[in-house]
Structure formats: structure tokens, C-alpha cells
Design a protein around this ligand. Structure first.
Ligand code: SF4
Length: 93
């Protein structure tokens, strides 16, 4: 599917664990990326400094839902579901 105009949900809801250009601590879940402009477009699009996480993300109905609000909710749920469980082997907790 085509990215929804003015959405930016994938640049807000998910966390990005690794540091990247302009975001030395990475990005927390729910935090707006510093490179998301006022039109919800990526200022690093086509720039090699854009994180791999972003370059490999593809809009699809299962993730993006039928509205920006749905996308934010689904992505926030996926963020929780993909977190390593505290205390589990390999989680460091
Ligand atoms: S670098 Fe661009 S695509 Fe990645 S989260 Fe930031 S604004 Fe979105």
C-alpha cells in the first residue's frame, strides 16, 4: 500500500534502539523523531544517515490500519509485543 499522506505514525510509535543521526540515544516509543517535518515527511528520506529500521519499514494494512489513529495504536501494541520480557533468558533483565 501507499503511505498515508500526513501520517508519520511509524516515525512516532515505534522505538529505535540504536543511536542515529540527530538522535544519539535512539528514539523512545511514542517519541516524535527529530527528522519528521511539519508535513509528517521524513527529512532524511534518501539520505544514507536514515536508519535501516526506517528504510526497511513498508506500509501495509495490517500495520497501518485504516487511519492514522489506528496506525498509532497498532504500532504501539506491536512495540509492547516485541519487547523482550523482563527476566527472560537473553533479556538482560
Ligand atoms: S528518520 Fe525519517 S523515517 Fe526514520 S523515524 Fe525519523 S522521520 Fe521517520
Amino acid at each position: 500500500m501507499q503511505c498515508r499522506e500526513g501520517c508519520g505514525a511509524c516515525c512516532i510509535a515505534p522505538s529505535i534502539a540504536r543511536p542515529y543521526h540527530g538522535m544519539p540515544l535512539g528514539k523512545a516509543a511514542g517519541e516524535r523523531c527529530a527528522h519528521l517535518d511539519e508535513n509528517m515527511r521524513c527529512l532524511l528520506f534518501g539520505d544514507p544517515r536514515r536508519p535501516l529500521f526506517c528504510s526497511t519499514f513498508a506500509a501495509e494494512p495490517a500495520v497501518c490500519g485504516e487511519s492514522r489513529e489506528q496506525a498509532l495504536r497498532i504500532l504501539a501494541e506491536l512495540e509492547v509485543l516485541t519487547q523482550p520480557a523482563a527476566g527472560m533468558p537473553g533479556s538482560g533483565g
